[in-house]
Ligand binder design. Sequence first.
Ligand code: ADP
Ligand code: S3P
Ligand code: MG
Length: 184
Amino acid sequence: MNHLYLIGLPGSGKTTLGRRLASHYGRPFLDLDAVIVTAAGQDIPAIFEAEGEAGFRQREADALREVAARPEPLVVATGGGTPCFHQNMEVLRATGFPVWLDVPLATLARRLAAGAQANTRPLVTAAHGPNSPETLENSLKRWLGQTLAARRRFYSQARLRCPGATSTRPAAVVAALAEAGFQF
Ligand SMILES: Nc1ncnc2c1ncn2[C@@H]1O[C@H](COP(=O)(O)OP(=O)(O)O)[C@@H](O)[C@H]1O
Ligand SMILES: O=C(O)C1=C[C@@H](OP(=O)(O)O)[C@@H](O)[C@H](O)C1
Ligand SMILES: [Mg+2]
């Protein structure tokens, strides 16, 4: 068990970059959200609707432990909240190499605002109410700032932090991983 895990806020590129890194290293890619959806037989907004966030977090913790125990090394994109519940950060550190994509909040807000109509992230959708006086991007920036404040203590336990420009290009992440001594 020596998985490469990507962690970070929604919009940081865990899913997008994870796919690229998996193809670079020649390892299978798994998106933890997709594993949860397959196991539940319903999409993430439907799970939140039926079971609340607590139900989703339980499913997430179960899916993480099942994936973490797989013997073949994998590139795993986690969900933004994964490291922050049910001692999951300990599982990530014990079974692989967690990398924090620490993308600037303004970039995250721009990316999430551009994709907001897709309504696939219930917590992000809830961050901007229908009667909000703020622009969508400002609501998202505020929510992202509050969320980072609550999650930083978990994210900062990553083995490697990729800040700013390093977090957006697969080649830069690969170089930072090599420098940090990561080997698949
Ligand atoms: N390096 C990048 N540069 C520009 N846009 C990106 C980058 N990585 C992701 N995106 C875009 O940001 C959005 C969120 O990416 P995603 O991979 O789903 O993030 P996460 O899984 O961390 O929530 C998508 O619209 C994606 O196309
Ligand atoms: O930040 C969060 O708590 C969440 C992030 C989502 O994943 P992404 O970070 O891939 O959007 C998904 O797991 C769920 O909507 C909850
Ligand atoms: Mg994702």
